[in-house]
Write a protein of this length. Structure first.
Length: 615
């Protein structure tokens, strides 16, 4: 139905309705007082209302038609989009199928390509590592820290030294001090000072190291010139022999076991890290005898150590044994050593004891993360041949000779604590036991003898406190104070003193540190004697001075200043001052002068050093 037809029909319906309404109005008007409207007015009003309504309806119809057109257009566009999407999807499926077919036919080529890429990455990595290795090797060739020979790494070391010592009392020594032989005041050497200078502490060393799949093998050699041959002297050429300090071989297994054999520092010596050779905590002194109280030996040893993780180490060693001396007075005839046999390559001017077993040393080292701590034990074995009938007034003979043995040893501990970012190292060291005098700096006696000649080990020990302050990379300051002690042991032999003197009628005491030892002449100067080496006289031995050492103490301070430390080595200079005291056991002094009693000797010593260390 068109819009015109719809409008005409609507108007016709409206007119019919209007006529009917007219009739009603006329009927009502007959009964109403209001003047009725004319028929034309009524029709016009109704027509106007219908037209307005028709306009409103027409506007709504126009809006609906527009919406219908918009919907048709959107539907057409959607259909086009859907068709395009279908076509695109079909094309995509086709391309996907083709790709699948291509991949299916080229799996082997794809795997080959992956392998080639992997090989290329590996080759690239290898090339980078090779270049880095070559660069490192080139740097090492230009600035080598070591030398290489047939797969072995060689590290030369050591230093050249110019050193002096000035002592208040002369001991007839170079830059190493014999503390047990400091002369008493009043003796010839006790009133004369000594100044000596030498380069004999200069040192050479070489470390050879090779790495295997399961271990590292090492060999180490170290030597200086602090030895005296039969023709060595300071008279003109100052010719001194080369001295063996250390010579050892080592196999360090990756499992933590280390086996070392040769001449080295004793396992009883303190170490800075673990139980590693060349990590010994040696005092920084110029004095080559180090400091009183320091525990050490440098001798043959075969040791086995094991690292139990990164904090705990255990080790054991067998080491060369020697009985230094039988201390004391009035001793019976006892043979415990003999002069060296030149044909056996021992020095005929020195004595060697009859050892029947090596010394045994065991140690545990612990590093909890703050400091280094050690406990250790030393086992020693002594033997001698005693002749009880050798000193008979009549009928002296070797009848009744017997072999005497004794076993002793000691225990010790070392502690080293770093403070203030490791700039200050504080240390404490102690060793106590029987027959251990040889393991400390002053070498106090190990044993004495009973009247029948049987051995008696002397109790004693040593202590040392240390402070090392690394103020800067150029300057180190150090201070040490140590002491060593040996106990007295004496026995009556059943005889009495029959010669006139302060001990007349007293029992004769055999042993070490006897209280009736005569010490009245310890401060008295005696006439010199003819030198056995020619050239005049030498000081004579003191008379009536049977003083046995009780304890020896030393305090030391010093510094090392490095002028230069770098790839060209190290130049450094140092000064050391030491004050030493030698105390003896109480004896019988001069009752008139008060001299004697417990004689005491002191020495003030100054050392200087100028050294160049190999880089």
């Amino acid at each position: 139905m068109s819009r015109k037809t719809f409008v005409v029909l609507l108007m016709a319906i409206s007119l019919v309705g209007a006529q009917a309404q007219n009739s009603v109005n006329q009927a009502q008007a007959k009964h109403s007082r209001v003047k009725p409207k004319t028929e034309e007015q009524v029709l016009l009003e109704q027509l106007s209302e219908k037209l307005q309504t028709l306009d409103r309806v027409s506007d709504k119809v126009d809006g609906l038609e527009q919406q219908v057109q918009d919907l048709k257009r959107q539907l057409q566009e959607s259909n086009k989009t859907a068709e395009a999407a279908k076509a695109e999807a079909a094309e995509t499926r086709k391309e996907l199928e083709n790709a699948r077919q291509i991949v299916g036919h080229n799996d082997e080529q794809f795997a080959t390509l992956q392998s080639a890429v992997s090989d290329l990455k590996s080759t690239s990595t290898s090339i980078v590592e090779t270049v880095q290795t070559q660069q490192k090797e080139q740097h090492e060739l230009e600035h080598p820290d070591s030398l290489h020979f047939k797969g072995i790494e060689l590290r030369p070391g050591g230093f050249l030294a110019a050193e002096t010592v000035d002592r208040q009392r002369g001991i007839g020594g170079d830059v190493n001090t014999q503390f047990s032989g400091i002369p008493f005041a009043g003796q010839t050497a006790g009133v004369l000072s000594e100044f000596n200078a030498s380069g004999r502490q200069s040192r050479v060393s070489l470390l050879a190291e090779g790495k295997l799949s399961k271990s590292t093998v090492r060999g180490y050699y170290e030597a200086d010139f602090l030895s005296a041959g039969t023709t060595s002297n300071d008279n003109q050429s100052n010719s001194y022999t080369l001295r063996q300090r250390q010579v050892w071989a080592q196999a360090a297994l990756n499992s933590g076991w280390t086996l070392t054999g040769g001449q080295m520092w004793s396992l009883a010596t303190e170490y800075k890290h673990g139980l590693e050779n060349n990590a010994e905590a040696i005092p920084l002194t110029i004095d080559a005898q180090y400091n009183v109280g320091f525990t050490w030996e440098r001798q043959y040893g075969f040791r086995v150590t094991k690292s139990l993780g990164s904090k705990l180490w255990v080790g054991g060693a067998v080491e060369e044994a020697q009985t230094l001396n039988l201390g004391g007075h009035n001793l019976p005839t006892v043979v415990y050593q003999q002069a060296g046999n030149g044909s056996g390559l021992y020095n005929s001017a020195a004595n060697y004891s009859f050892n029947y077993a090596p010394d045994l040393v065991a140690k545990i080292a612990y590093e909890p993360g703050f400091g280094h701590y050690e406990i250790f034990g030393v086992g020693r074995f002594f033997r001698a041949r005693a002749f009880p009938n050798a000193q008979l007034a009549s009928g002296a003979s070797a009848l009744g000779a017997f072999t005497t043995k004794a076993a002793g040893g000691g225990v010790g501990a070392n502690a080293r604590v770093p403070l203030f970012a490791k700039r200050l190292d504080l240390g404490a060291h102690i060793l106590v036991g029987d027959g251990i005098g040889r393991y400390s700096t002053t070498t106090l006696p190990d044993a004495t003898a009973h009247p029948d000649g049987s051995l008696e080990l002397l109790a004693g020990g040593s202590v040392l406190g240390s402070a090392e302050w690394h103020t800067t990379h150029r300057l180190d300051l150090y201070g040490y104070y140590g002491g060593e002690y040996v106990k007295r042991a004496f026995y009556p032999n059943g005889l009495f003193v029959t010669t006139p003197g302060p001990t007349y009628g007293q029992p004769i005491l055999v042993g070490y540190g006897a209280p009736n030892n005569v010490v009245t002449g310890c401060y008295t100067e005696v006439l010199p004697v003819t030198s056995p080496n020619g050239g005049g006289y030498v000081p004579g031995s003191a008379l009536n001075c049977a003083a046995d050492n009780r304890n020896i103490q030393e305090g030391t301070v010093g510094y090392w200043f490095r002028f230069y430390k770098g790839p060209r080595g190290t130049f450094q200079q140092g000064i050391q001052y030491s004050y030493a005291e030698r105390h003896t056991w109480q004896g019988i002094g001069d009752p008139l002068t008060g001299l004697g009693g417990s004689p005491k000797a002191i020495d003030n010593m100054w050392f200087t050093s100028f050294r160049y260390y190999l880089p």
